[in-house]
Every structure is written in structure tokens, then in C-alpha cells.
Design a protein around this ligand. Structure first.
Ligand SMILES: Nc1ncnc2c1ncn2[C@@H]1O[C@H](COP(=O)(O)OP(=O)(O)O)[C@@H](O)[C@H]1O
Ligand SMILES: [Mg+2]
Length: 312
């Protein structure tokens, strides 16, 4: 661990009454990183973000963020962060611009600077033409952008975003991420949790959480490279039977199901693809699609989580 990291988390544990939500997490994040947190529901993402936001007490371990020791001074960090909660709330009856004015007051933004910053954020978030619309009447994607804008009013160096795009359509998700990329390029440190693997791919580093533990933390390319071997994607008339047929074959390391499709990790796609399709045909299974593909982070994560389940 480097002393100079912007955020140093050391053996962080958080317990609730009868649940360990975080177990001995150790993680350093450098200034300016766009760091993604992924993991299934209940993994501990929200708990970690709330601790970093100074909203939740630490049970054991140490967290130093932006120079503040969160065991000792959780309140002091608050002016330096922008926190967008998973269940964020806007004032639905207020217009876009009124919401921004409300939060500018809340964050004690100098009155002389408020108007200028609000105009800039409206434009930055693509909300200028909707500035007089009530928050209740914005699309889901625009509400998320407004919520993000409210967290930026006091120009925090650290942004903590908890699933900011969940449930939003793909185009709005892309727009939201373009804004995050701009902030990242301007030097803001961002920690963002997401259930979407394509979003995790846009991060400089990604941490996978599972059952309160940090399973792995690395760049997207290194995580993808953890899977040695190739991926074969096969869709058949009966994925369950196909699974049974393929699992024992030579060269098959692992099979993951994605709806009707099977993603099969093999030692060599070129060698195994014809063997696999032949085996399926011998069992009278119609092969709708069979091709090799590059492994994505999603396959790598599922593989890692399975290995953890086998160990536990
Ligand atoms: N206030 C709380 N009281 C009791 N258990 C909690 C509380 N908050 C979270 N948990 C539990 O801690 C675990 C981690 O939750 P959370 O951090 O919300 O995960 P995630 O955001 O990854 O879905 C879950 O098992 C959850 O039920
Ligand atoms: Mg959560």
C-alpha cells in the first residue's frame, strides 16, 4: 500500500446486528481514479460507499480518505465528497433549477457563485432546456443526471455514486457515463457501483465484491485475462440437456448459462468448437448458434465467484 494514496482502506470490517456486511477489506485508491465496484446484491457495495461518505460507523479497521481518518472525523469528510445514494431523492415538486438551488444552499455554496455553477451544471448535464420542468416529470435518465448535478454543486474532489444508472435505458446510461468520463478527465476521483459489466469496463480499475469480501481488484483488461483459454457460445434447442452433454467433454473447463445460451470456457476454441457441436448433434440437439468469442469481465467474475463458493 502506498502512503500517498487518496483513499486507504485497511482491514475494514462493518458488522450489523447479525450480519458482517464488510469483512477485512483492504484497498487503496489513487487520486483521479475512476473506480468501479461490482458484485451481486448484498455484496457490501452500499455499505462501503456509505462508510466512505462518513454516514456509517466503522466496526474495525481503518479508512483514510482525502486526508481524513474516518474513525476519528467522519463529519469532516462530508464537504469534500459528493454522494449519490442508491435511493437518492429529489424534490419532485421543485423544478430542475429549484432543486439545484436547494442543494446549493444545503452545501453552503457561496450565493455569488450559485448562479454561475448552476448554469454550468445544467449545461454539463444536458438539462438546460428542461430547467423549469418539475423533477417529477423528468425521465428516469434525466432524474439521475439531475441527482448527479446536485452532488457536484460544491465541486467535491471525491464522488461516491451508488448504482447511479440502475434501471435506466441504455442511451441514458451512455450519456451518464460520458459525463462521468468528463469528470474523470478533469481529475475528480470517482467510486461508482454498478450492476452493469459494460460500465465496469469503462473504469480504470474494478473491485469485485462478494459476501462482504473484495474478491479481486484490477484493471478490466487484467480481469478478463484471468480466464485462461477461450470462450465458445452455443445456443441449442434445449440448454439444460446441452449442458449435461457438454460438461464432461475433453477441454471443457466451465459452463455458464446466459438465458438460453451457454458460454463454455474451453482450453482451445478452435479445437473444441467442432467437437462440441458434433457431440450436440449426436444427441439430436439442434444447434442454433455456435461460435467462439472473447471472454468478457462478466465471465471472469462469474468464474471467480464460483471458485469462491466451492472453497466456502
Ligand atoms: N442497516 C442494516 N442492518 C442490517 N443489515 C444490513 C444493513 N445494511 C446492509 N445490511 C446487510 O449487509 C449486507 C450488505 O448490504 P449492502 O451493502 O446494501 O450490499 P449491496 O449494496 O452490495 O447490495 C447485506 O446482507 C445487507 O442485508
Ligand atoms: Mg447497494
Amino acid at each position: 500500500m502506498t502512503e500517498s494514496a487518496f483513499i486507504n482502506i485497511t482491514e475494514l470490517t462493518r458488522e450489523f446486528k447479525n450480519k458482517t456486511a464488510l469483512e477485512q477489506i483492504t484497498l487503496s485508491i489513487q487520486e483521479g481514479e475512476l473506480f468501479g465496484l461490482v458484485g451481486p446484491d448484498g455484496a457490501g457495495k452500499t455499505t462501503l460507499l456509505r462508510i466512505l461518505a462518513g454516514l456509517l460507523q466503522i466496526t474495525a479497521g481503518q479508512v483514510v480518505a482525502a486526508g481524513y481518518d474516518l474513525n476519528k472525523e467522519p463529519e469532516e469528510i462530508k464537504p469534500h465528497i459528493g454522494y449519490m445514494a442508491q435511493e437518492f431523492s429529489l424534490y419532485e415538486k421543485l423544478s430542475v433549477v429549484e432543486n439545484l438551488m436547494f442543494f446549493a444552499d444545503l452545501y453552503n455554496v457561496d450565493v455569488k457563485e450559485q448562479e454561475d455553477r448552476i448554469q454550468k451544471l445544467l449545461s454539463f448535464a444536458g438539462l438546460t432546456e428542461f430547467k423549469n420542468r418539475r423533477a417529477a416529470h423528468l425521465s428516469g435518465g434525466m432524474q439521475k443526471k439531475l441527482a448527479l448535478a446536485t452532488t457536484l454543486l460544491h465541486e467535491p474532489p471525491l464522488l461516491l455514486l451508488d448504482e447511479p444508472t440502475t434501471g435506466v435505458d441504455p442511451i441514458s446510461r451512455r450519456e451518464f457515463w460520458n459525463i462521468l468520463t468528463d469528470l474523470h478527465l478533469n481529475g475528480t476521483t470517482i467510486i461508482v457501483s454498478t450492476p452493469y459489466m459494460d460500465e465496469a469496463d469503462r473504469c480504470s480499475r474494478v473491485g469485485l465484491m462478494y459476501q462482504g469480501e473484495l474478491v479481486i481488484c484490477d484493471s478490466p483488461v487484467n480481469i478478463r485475462n484471468l480466464l485462461d483459454g477461450d470462450l465458445v457460445k452455443i445456443t441449442t434447442s434445449d440448454w439444460q440437456e446441452a449442458h449435461t452433454v457438454l460438461a464432461p467433454l475433453a477441454g471443457v473447463k466451465e459452463i455458464q448459462t446466459y438465458g438460453e445460451a451457454l458460454h463454455i470456457l474451453v482450453d482451445s476454441g478452435k479445437t473444441r468448437l467442432p467437437q462440441l457441436t458434433r457431440a450436440l448433434k449426436e444427441h439430436n440437439l439442434a444447434v442454433d448458434e455456435a461460435r467462439t468469442a472473447s471472454p468478457r469481465m462478466e465471465e471472469a467474475f462469474i468464474s471467480l465467484i464460483r471458485k469462491m463458493d466451492q472453497v466456502n
